[in-house]
Design a protein around this ligand. Structure first.
Ligand SMILES: C[S@@+](CC[C@H](N)C(=O)[O-])C[C@H]1O[C@@H](n2cnc3c(N)ncnc32)[C@H](O)[C@@H]1O
Length: 290
């Protein structure tokens, strides 16, 4: 399958990260390597470590960018210091995060992220992990499902959807993405601006991959591997993530660890959103190590 890869806010990331000749960089979410490729163009004989928790994505990145300045490592960015140390990097000139899933995940039906797919409801970024979205909707108690939908999806109908999930699974196990979409659709009864299952799918994806805890841990680790003057860039895609990033950078500034570079988050240009609508919710924030 060919996935057209459009790295989000590429120009803005490069302007903020300022990759320099001979520098050492860590791309904590290398994905298919769109940002990585551009960083490599700026660093001459420098080095880049690319981390991703998804093995399949890393294989594709490796084929796309054969470059001996690039080291690719499978792992979670909550382990960024350990992964950097294993690669011989104790201090970096820049660390970047581009959160969430990649186009590759969303467009590959069998990864179980898309509403209409008849494939198993999976949503794991790391396929070695045990818990899938199907496990959550079939095994978790009603209250916990409702909490996940409310907290991670800000879904107003969280209780009703959780009830519908419990009713459905009493008769039949929920196996596919399309089955879950249909359950949510029937609770909503009509289509709004977004597809009714959008928030439910976001919430489950966050829960399956423990995304918010990962983000908190990854951010906490990042300043520890930055040189003084080194830069941190983070692209987030929804308000829960952006709030964590904003508060983290603000607190680190108060403690004299980081200096904020973006008073307000940078948004993608209208032109980029027109060309790549999935960039529309992106927010980029940056900070410099003091
Ligand atoms: C939006 S994509 C990155 C796209 C990349 N910047 C590019 O230009 O190709 C996010 C990637 O981060 C990975 N990812 C998400 N959470 C992660 C985590 N906690 N640790 C490591 N990788 C993670 C996903 O598997 C996915 O490939």
């Amino acid at each position: 399958m060919k996935v057209i890869h459009l790295p989000v806010m590429l120009r803005e990331v490069i302007m903020l990260l300022k990759p320099m000749f001979g520098g050492v960089y860590v791309d904590a979410t290398v994905g298919l390597g769109g940002h990585a490729e551009e960083i490599l163009r700026h660093i001459g004989h420098g080095r880049l470590l690319g981390i991703d928790r998804d093995e399949e994505t890393l294989d594709m990145a490796m084929k796309r960018i054969p470059d001996n300045r690039l080291t690719l490592k499978k792992g979670k960015f909550s382990d960024i210091s350990k992964l950097a140390a294993e690669t011989g990097i104790s201090e970096a000139d820049g660390v970047s995060f581009d959160l969430g899933t990649s186009m590759f995940h969303l467009k590959t039906a069998e990864r179980g992220f898309s509403f209409f797919s008849e494939e198993p409801l999976d949503m794991r970024m790391d396929r070695e992990q045990e818990i899938t979205a199907a496990y959550i909707v079939n095994k978790y108690p009603e209250k916990e499902i409702s909490r996940i939908l409310w907290e991670y999806g800000e879904e107003k109908l969280s209780r009703k959807i959780a009830r519908a999930v419990i009713d459905y699974r009493g008769k039949k196990k929920i196996d596919t993405c399309a089955e879950l979409s249909d359950i949510v659709y029937r609770v909503y009864k009509k289509r709004g601006k977004h597809y009714p299952a959008t928030k439910t799918f976001q919430a489950l994806r966050i829960a399956v991959n423990d995304e918010l805890n990962e983000l908190r841990k990854g951010l906490n680790e990042a300043p520890g591997i930055l040189k003084s003057g080194g830069r941190l860039c983070v692209i987030s895609y929804h308000s829960l993530e952006d709030r964590i990033v904003k508060n983290f950078i603000r607190d680190e500034q108060r403690q004299g660890v980081l200096r904020i570079l973006t008073k307000k988050p940078i948004a993608p240009s209208d032109e980029e959103v027109r060309f790549n609508p999935s960039a529309r919710s992106a927010k980029l924030r940056g900070a410099e190590k003091i």
